[in-house]
Design a protein around this ligand. Sequence first.
Ligand SMILES: NC(=O)c1ccc[n+]([C@@H]2O[C@H](COP(=O)([O-])OP(=O)(O)OC[C@H]3O[C@@H](n4cnc5c(N)ncnc54)[C@H](O)[C@@H]3O)[C@@H](O)[C@H]2O)c1
Length: 259
Amino acid sequence: MRLNNKVAVITGSGSGMGRAAALRFAAEGAAVVLADVNDTALDEVCAEIDSAGGKAVSFRADVSSAADVEAMVKAAEDSFGGVDVLYNNAGYWRYAVDGYQVGETDAPSPLLTEDMWDRTIDINLKGTYLGARFGIPALRRRGGGVIINCSSVAAFRVGHGASDAYTAAKGGVLALTRSLAVEHAPENIRVNCIVPGPIATPLVERMPAEDRDAFAKYVPLGRWGTAEDIANMALFLASDESSFCTGQTFIVDGGYLAL
Ligand SMILES: NC(=O)c1ccc[n+]([C@@H]2O[C@H](COP(=O)([O-])OP(=O)(O)OC[C@H]3O[C@@H](n4cnc5c(N)ncnc54)[C@H](O)[C@@H]3O)[C@@H](O)[C@H]2O)c1
């Protein structure tokens, strides 16, 4: 029970890595605030935690909306008395919407529509900023706490369908992590960033199965990661086991970036 008496807010927890972290955190004793734009998915995860004997509430929030994120933090404080862990996991990758080809290098940025640029930056980067903006005062009220951000291997390597806005947004998340960590370390607030490699979640389910299989050759460990692989890292970062870690980037990619 590494998160006993802790309250954790997890964005994008209706699916994939956010869902896996929510289940894991609840099993380790945390009261979890599930936040997502997908109400149905939230209800399902909430019921799953409930039936396993854990504590969770769900809250519909779009992380790119300041009003929603402020209300999400307030809902956490109202429900469980405070916030100890904020996991800014929600993200958006346009290939999940528009289709994906292995080996495809993304269209050059001039072909990216301004709408798509804005949406990608707003959810991935501004959403992380808004989490910090409203989450840090809540962590401060508890005498400290933890923020976990979510970047991507796309911030380091362009290609395989990831570049332009997504790469810029996820690179921004790395830089924002370092900046927040240094600024808020004196308040006992630790800020770290997970860099997932290829992880089999609903985000990438639209890829054709043969492309998914082919992608594994870019991963030295020879497989796609699981949402639980990331939840294990998130649990380490949320718990006191990582008490001397801040401002850091934790790559969980099966060796993808080492290749
Ligand atoms: N799956 C991968 O291979 C991979 C690799 C690197 C990074 N990532 C990042 O990991 C994170 C989790 O991705 P996943 O694979 O679990 O995706 P997923 O699609 O399974 O889950 C993402 C969840 O975020 C929610 N969401 C989307 N936009 C939102 C918004 N504006 N506000 C609130 N919630 C919103 C979705 O409804 C969904 O439930 C994302 O930040 C993603 O960019 C994923």
